[in-house]
Design a protein around this ligand. Sequence first.
Ligand SMILES: Nc1nc2c(ncn2[C@@H]2O[C@H](COP(=O)(O)OP(=O)(O)OP(=O)(O)O)[C@@H](O)[C@H]2O)c(=O)[nH]1
Length: 182
Amino acid sequence: MPPKQRKIAVMGYRSVGKSSLSIQFVEGQFVDSYDPTIENTFTKSTRVNSQDYELKLVDTAGQDEYSIFPSQYSIDVHGYVLVYSITSSKSFEVVQVIYEKLLDITGKGHVPIILVGNKTDLHMERTISMEEGKKLAESWNAAFLETSAKQNAAVSDIFHLLIKEIEKADGNIPEKSSCILS
Ligand SMILES: Nc1nc2c(ncn2[C@@H]2O[C@H](COP(=O)(O)OP(=O)(O)OP(=O)(O)O)[C@@H](O)[C@H]2O)c(=O)[nH]1
């Protein structure tokens, strides 16, 4: 089967690790220096359930609660990685505002999303519990993961899980394999 091309936008508050997660996934390295992003696009080939994918990752500029949702990310994007830092309550609030705006602008009741709590290596500074993250993702009917871009923990899982969410939204993977016998 030819590779499926999928576009993914990585969004969230400033400095939560959007670029670090993207670079870790695409290039396999962690850069400690902080360089605010305007916008970066990466491509990466990956394989999920024996299907090849060519992913286009759009690493977006950090948003805050007052940002207008950039309209270029409302079209042509198959799925969203919404990132907060487990050390920042503010980033957890902002991710919820971004979610509301995303639903508003796409006009869809459901969008393929994975909520990501990054920086798990900074456990001494944690202010958002795993339960809080999980609960929020459940309320969105979205996937959820905690990660560390620094330690490369669960980083590729983000994109694999999101691809599954995208396929699910396309009706390709049943939520539960049910078999009705008559
Ligand atoms: N300890 C730790 N630091 C991280 C992690 N991920 C990112 N950082 C650091 O957090 C800072 C911000 O990371 P970026 O990846 O630039 O964050 P961003 O969300 O792309 O930032 P903007 O471009 O401003 O929106 C950098 O100093 C990173 O090194 C992580 O998992 N653990």
